[in-house]
Design a protein around this ligand. Structure first.
Ligand SMILES: Cc1cc2nc3c(=O)[nH]c(=O)nc-3n(C[C@H](O)[C@H](O)[C@H](O)COP(=O)(O)OP(=O)(O)OC[C@H]3O[C@@H](n4cnc5c(N)ncnc54)[C@H](O)[C@@H]3O)c2cc1C
Length: 417
């Protein structure tokens, strides 16, 4: 798989996420030498991270080794390394395993959790952006039930059994729904000494609605479904601090809890800060219509790391944007090499969807809107098909069917204290 050292143009892609992998594949037939770099040796399917955190799926169901994904592509070499700096003037990147020079650079470094400068939350709340974080949440939730099962002090027990999810976007909604099902369908059968009326799941959102990208009727259906699943939906409520035991809300309310899952914000990866480029308030690098950065035509930024405006609105940080941008950036690298005109990027909206648990989802695709069982079927099929590998698809499909039939969550081993 190691490409021969040749005089072929050297394309360096940073990030083996949705954008980076798609770009590498789109350059498979190009006469270039590609180095794909990621700090992890796997590609992560982030949309199902919340199922790892709620004991539905295992880590290797939603992650896949990058080397296996690209083993048949001869012009690409993978390097597991963390990129620590980029010099756009010297056309060199610095990594923890040495420097690498490039002719063309494609940055697809994605995003990271944004705590908006609230240090208490950054330290004590759980982010959900990486596999490690999802496993940490799973271990923590299961441990809370172990502790609560023999806690005789009622206040302490209630604090152990209070779970707060912050952020009413798809990740927050999906996490709250899945948490409810884990607790009421599965754990309720196994902790006879816990009074499940003491369990409290709250979804806290600063604005006045959930799933802002959805039509209003689907937003309302989402709230109704969550309430049916015993999730307390708290709208227009801002979180201000969390010390690991007490959650402070704006207005003075204090919620005793050990569990705050932060799904309220993302920002571009911190490597983007090092480029010295114009950034938006989510720290994304502003790119032109061809996805290049100003004055450096050989440098492209795509996906969650890029700020691209269409119809005066910045595109959202979602996988289809990263994938579509990867195709155009790869085409434009080829065009630059062959001295041909570049392609402008135009995003084709593929719609929005979120699941709220068993038989419940909302889907909005153009004029087609759906909720309930049909939406849930569509959501399930789309997510199975988007998984990288046939084995992963089969395993996830089997686990979902099993969970559906027997109301189970199979991955309930506490692996870390
Ligand atoms: C919990 C969750 C749920 C989501 N649900 C959905 C959904 O339902 N639908 C949807 O469309 N989108 C969803 N998203 C968003 C979607 O995952 C992102 O928009 C998408 O992953 C962006 O692709 P990307 O290629 O820009 O970055 P990513 O896929 O995040 O990939 C970035 C890669 O860069 C690597 N990297 C970063 N910094 C460095 C560095 N310094 N050195 C080396 N490597 C580095 C990372 O390890 C990572 O592999 C969700 C995200 C999360 C976190």
């Amino acid at each position: 798989m190691t490409p021969k050292l040749t005089n072929k143009p050297h394309v360096v892609i940073i990030g083996a996420g949705f954008g980076g992998i798609r770009a590498a594949r789109a350059l498979a037939k190009s006469d270039v030498r590609i180095t794909l770099i990621d700090k992890h040796n796997y590609h992560l399917f982030q949309p199902l991270l919340y199922q790892v955190s709620t004991a539905g799926l295992s880590v290797d169901d939603i992650a896949y080794p990058v080397r296996a994904m690209l083993r048949d592509q001869e012009n690409v070499e993978f390097r597991m390394a963390e990129v620590t700096d980029v010099s756009l003037d010297d056309k060199t990147i610095a990594t923890d395993t040495g420097d690498i020079a490039y002719d063309y650079l494609l940055m697809a470094t994605g995003g990271m959790t944004n705590y908006y400068g609230m240090q208490g939350l950054a330290t004590n709340a759980f982010g959900m952006k990486t596999l490690d974080e999802a496993v940490t949440i799973r271990n923590h939730i299961l441990k809370m039930f172990e502790l609560a099962s023999h806690e005789s002090d009622a206040d302490k027990r209630r604090a152990l059994l209070t779970f707060v999810v912050v952020g009413g976007g798809p990740t927050g909604v999906e996490s709250a729904g899945a948490l409810s099902e884990l607790i009421y369908f599965v754990l309720a059968k196994e902790y006879p000494h816990i009074n499940f009326k003491e369990v409290r799941i709250a979804l806290v959102e600063a604005s006045d609605g959930l799933l802002p990208a959805m039509p209003v009727d689907l937003q309302e259906a989402t709230i109704e479904t969550l309430i049916r699943k015993h999730v307390e939906v708290r709208l227009c409520v801002q979180v201000t601090d969390f010390d690991g035991k007490l959650l402070a809300l704006k207005g003075g309310e204090i919620v005793p809890t050990h569990t705050v899952i932060w799904a309220a914000g993302v920002r571009a990866s911190d490597l983007v800060d090092k480029l010295g480029l114009k950034q938006d308030r989510m720290r994304r690098a502003v790119v032109n219509e061809y996805l290049q950065v100003p004055e450096k035509p050989e440098v492209f930024v795509i996906g969650d790391a890029a700020h691209f405006k269409q119809n005066e609105t910045p595109l959202p940080m979602i996988a289809p944007v990263a994938i579509q941008q990867a195709e155009i950036a790869a085409k434009n690298i080829n065009s630059l090499i062959k001295d041909r005109p570049l392609n402008k990027f135009v995003y084709k909206d593929v719609g929005n969807m979120a699941t709220i648990g068993r038989n419940a989802a909302v889907v909005s695709m153009g004029k087609f809107n759906s909720k309930g069982f049909i939406a849930w079927l569509i959501w399930s099929i789309v997510h199975i098909l988007r998984l990288i590998d046939f084995r992963n698809r089969m395993v996830v499909f089997t686990k979902w069917i099993w969970d559906y039939l027997v109301y189970e969550r199979v991955v309930r081993i506490i692996t870390r204290q």
